[in-house]
Design a protein. Structure first.
Length: 277
């Protein structure tokens, strides 16, 4: 059973969702990718994360294919480019995303990363979209604690911060994760199993995977979910990997497992700059 996490407004979502980075880049792969997302829905990974940046809208089109006839089952997250994040720009960008996904509402709409538009202006645009029923809630991505504090009175309305978080990128554990936990703000972890597979070949990960009779990727996912408050969004377009991701929600890492992973990937002892991909 995949654990569930509630946003501050009480809406509960699975702690394991589905990412779509690199989907939608090849027309020949579109059906296979949509089928993988639909399988994920069947397995309870009903949160699907995408962005207008991914394949310049192509990933959102794949999401539209995947949720056709099943919109009520899915919790859709998308992200707006910083250069589109002015009050007028975010409204136009949202309409384009809605059209590509063939839906009337985005469940959670994020600022992809911070750009030149003042945060207050982006928030005003998000709030206008909420009032218009175009989005249900808003959040941010790739923002650190000082950026979140800059939201001021709007911070309680920020539903999430989506950041790079995995065994090899643990800097957010020092201050960002505690900051968000104090405010009942779930953190979304992108690239939770790393890029290129190097992390999954680490001796500590391999040892824990062997002991748990699981794959290294499942151990990496279980690590991000171990303490609650985190929603992991791994991308998978292969049915085997989709099933493995869903099963990772059942894994309980022992104190010995966690100690071994800490030895292989030491937790931060000081503030680090926010890592991004």
């Amino acid at each position: 059973m995949i654990p569930r996490i509630a946003f501050a407004d009480g809406t509960a979502v699975p702690a394991l969702g589905q990412g779509t980075w690199y989907m939608g880049e090849k027309a020949a792969d579109r059906k296979r990718e949509a089928d993988a997302l639909r399988l994920g829905l069947d397995l309870g990974m009903t949160l699907i994360d995408t962005a207008e940046m991914y394949a310049e809208g192509g990933a959102e089109e794949v999401v539209g294919d995947a949720i056709a006839g099943r919109r009520d089952e899915a919790f859709i997250v998308s992200k707006v480019y910083p250069h589109n994040a002015s009050r007028r720009g975010v409204a136009s960008a949202c309409e384009r995303s809605l059209a590509r996904m063939r839906t009337e509402t985005i469940d959670l709409y994020l600022l992809h990363w911070r750009g030149g538009v003042p945060l207050a202006e982006t928030v005003a645009g998000f709030e206008a979209l909420k009032r218009a029923g175009k989005i249900r809630r808003w959040g941010v991505s790739n923002l650190d604690v000082d950026d979140l504090e800059e939201l001021g009175d709007a911070l309680p309305d920020c539903a999430t911060d989506q950041v790079l978080y995995s065994l090899e990128h643990r800097g957010v554990e020092f201050d960002l994760l505690p900051f968000c936990a104090q405010r009942r703000m779930p953190v979304m972890a992108y690239s939770p199993v790393g890029q290129g597979g190097r992390m999954l070949k680490n001796p500590a990960v391999l040892a824990v995977a062997t002991r748990q009779h699981r794959s290294p990727a499942q151990i990496a996912l279980a690590f991000t979910l171990r303490a609650g408050g985190v929603i992991a969004i791994p991308k998978a377009s292969d049915p085997k990997h989709v099933r493995e991701n869903a099963a990772a929600g059942e894994i309980l890492l022992s104190p010995a497992d966690l100690a071994e992973l800490d030895a292989g990937f030491p937790p931060p002892k000081r503030k680090r700059s926010l890592a991004m991909l």
